[in-house]
Design a protein around this ligand. Structure first.
Ligand code: PAF
Length: 275
């Protein structure tokens, strides 16, 4: 398995793989890998000949009071896991490689990124779209695999790819859960044992909501919200939106996304389900 820190070396490797007729897939990550990421690598391996995992904790998608500096990092462990799972290359640039001094160009998606997480994290998706575009330009992939857990991120990236004509196919990987239902996330590491137990209310509320019949989306939202609050969670949002357009006031004939963000202690968790 190769490890590249420079964009130039990454591009040379990808271009030469493509010249040899190989299809290149990228799995963008911020590291501290878990089984959710591994499942994305498995999907990439099925779809392409060469799998590149990017590991970069992207500073521009964190707000000033968010967890950039304490975001968990363990490159040794990540590279071992990637190697064991059959990854061909890791791209792990320094921030100075990705953002040269004076960098002043951004990609903003102006519609899908405004609601849900965009309300409390106003610059988050600008950081995500900008870094994903830059990772695409470094890895030059034919396809990219992103997790459905970050449903809004996935929708925003699909929109960016469509609007800016990136020649990259976007594939969604299903949410991977712990045995008790908690959606896997690198941030689960922050939870105390009690917070972790209480955080199960998110997945159980979503599961129950998916099985019940509600007269309208407000009833559904209240149901999920009160389950989480009564277990000590601080709800940032519970939204019911069109699974594709992320528009509220959705048509109950089309697939709906129930999306949640809630704090347990200081840890902000997200989860969702499509019904
Ligand atoms: O989902 C993530 O881990 C990040 O938002 C991504 C897509 C790697 C961009 O930094």
């Amino acid at each position: 398995m190769k490890i590249f820190n420079s964009i130039k070396e990454m591009q040379v490797f990808s271009l030469s793989s493509k010249r040899d007729g190989k299809k290149v897939a990228v799995v963008p990550t911020m590291g501290f890998l878990h089984e959710g990421h591994m499942s994305l690598i498995d999907i990439a391996k099925k779809e392409a000949d060469i799998v590149v995992v990017t590991i970069f904790v992207n500073p521009t998608q964190f707000g000033p009071n968010e967890d950039f500096s304490r975001y968990p990092r363990d490159f040794e462990r990540d590279s071992r896991l990637c190697h064991e799972r059959g990854t061909d290359a890791i791209f792990a640039p320094e921030a100075s490689e990705m953002y040269p001094t004076g960098a002043s160009t951004w990609i903003t998606e102006d519609s899908l990124s405004k609601g849900l997480c965009g309300k409390s994290r106003p610059l988050h998706f600008r950081g995500v779209t900008t870094v994903v575009a830059k990772l695409f330009n470094a890895v030059l992939p034919d396809l990219a695999v992103f997790g459905q857990k970050d449903a809004q991120q996935l929708a925003v990236i699909k929109r960016m790819v469509r609007d800016l004509n990136f020649p990259v196919k976007i594939i969604a990987g299903p949410i991977v859960r712990e045995a008790d239902g908690l959606a896997m996330s690198s941030r689960n590491k922050y939870l105390s044992p009690d917070e972790r137990k209480n955080a199960l209310s998110i997945s159980s509320a979503l599961r129950e909501a998916g099985k019940k019949i509600f007269g309208d989306s407000a009833g559904l939202r209240d149901f999920v919200s009160s389950k989480i609050s009564s277990n000590g969670g601080r709800v940032d949002y519970v939204e019911v939106v069109d699974a594709e357009t992320l528009e509220p006031d959705c048509n109950f004939e089309r697939p709906l996304l129930i999306a949640v963000a809630a704090y347990f202690g200081t840890t902000r968790l997200i989860d969702n389900t499509i019904i």
